[in-house]
Design a protein around this ligand. Structure first.
Ligand SMILES: NC(=O)c1ccc[n+]([C@@H]2O[C@H](COP(=O)([O-])OP(=O)(O)OC[C@H]3O[C@@H](n4cnc5c(N)ncnc54)[C@H](OP(=O)(O)O)[C@@H]3O)[C@@H](O)[C@H]2O)c1
Length: 294
């Protein structure tokens, strides 16, 4: 089997790391050489220590054009994600994607977000359009709302204040385990022969509003967790004061606030179809992660 190079951007993050682990598990059945694109080679190697024997690392910084050619040389497929703090699509993503295609990248698998097609405000919408313009095969993965937000962005509020503070109102979110998203990504990234354009929504099996999530957390942790509804201004101010870059705070606010007015995206069966398993439930995720909240 001829080996082909797959470049993973965001390799040290929640999704990238897990995509790499799932791809490595599939090494027996695919002829894919996995290349982790990292800002710091030493930190990347440390972060991905358990996998590093089978991995190649390349220096790559979205914000440093001089790293593009080295990272993108001889790549068949690029797994592209948007680090949450980068919102400049025409200044960063357009040149990157065009350079990738000029250097011979044959397919782009982009981690987008559910509902991206409906809102031109969110950066993923613009990135999808730039990818489509290139005329090479693409796969857009549009996940719902990561369960890992509870153990990431929202963890401090839950741990220190026993509350979730968000501008999501009573909107329901389609919860999904980022691990399930990564597993789907790994299956698709292993299939280099497939040249069909695909757009796949990936969710778990539950649509839950934040007051329901607070109830589940209360039950799992054995202490009262409250959902405090934030106003747009109150949330933005709190985020920026806690050190979140303003451009990222605006996107996070929009992703929660706009859900109040959008027609709800449905649940999807893609995970079950691709992985052959039931997706993680939020109760199972919380039970597994319960120690993180104390
Ligand atoms: N959270 C959700 O509910 C949700 C739902 C659907 C879609 N999404 C999308 O998922 C994406 C985020 O994925 P994630 O959760 O895996 O992100 P993450 O955990 O925050 O990881 C971000 C990754 O990007 C890398 N990175 C940051 N700045 C970089 C730069 N200048 N150059 C190169 N690499 C850089 C980081 O590397 P370092 O280690 O160097 O920092 C890290 O590997 C976003 O586009 C988000 O909109 C999220």
């Amino acid at each position: 089997m001829e080996e082909k190079n797959v470049l993973i951007t965001g390799a040290t993050g929640t999704i990238g790391k897990s995509v790499i682990h799932h791809l490595l598990r599939r090494r027996q059945i695919t002829a894919v050489q996995i290349i982790a694109a990292v800002r710091s080679l030493s930190e990347g190697q440390q972060e991905l220590q358990s996998a590093s024997g089978d991995l190649e690392f390349r220096h790559f910084d979205f914000l440093d054009v001089s790293t593009y050619d080295g990272a993108l040389a001889n790549i068949h497929t690029m797994f592209l994600l948007r680090p949450p703090q980068i919102t400049d699509i025409s200044g960063v993503f357009r040149p990157l994607i065009k350079r990738a295609v000029a250097l011979g990248v044959r397919k782009i698998v982009f981690l987008s977000v559910q509902g991206a097609e409906r809102s031109s405000i969110i950066p993923h919408n613009k990135i999808e359009r730039v990818v489509k313009e290139q005329g090479i095969p693409y796969i857009f993965l549009r996940p719902g709302y990561f369960m890992q937000n509870l153990t990431g962005e929202l963890l401090e509020g839950i741990k220190s204040h026993n509350e979730i503070f968000l501008p999501g109102g009573n909107a329901c979110f389609n919860w999904v385990d980022a691990e399930n998203v990564s597993e789907v990504a790994a299956v698709l990234l292993s299939d280099l022969e497939n040249e069909k354009n695909l757009v796949l929504e990936i969710t778990g099996s539950e649509q839950l509003a934040f007051d329901q999530v607070a109830t589940l957390l209360t039950r799992t942790l054995g202490r009262k967790i409250t959902y405090r509804k934030a106003s747009v201004l109150g949330f933005l101010t709190q985020r920026i004061r806690s050190g979140v870059p303003p451009s990222k705070a605006v996107v996070v606010t929009a992703l929660h606030y706009l859900r109040r007015f959008e027609k709800s995206s449905g649940l999807s069966s893609v995970y079950k179809e691709v992985a052959g398993k039931r997706p993680t439930t939020l109760a199972a995720f919380l039970h597994h992660e319960r120690e993180a909240f104390t």
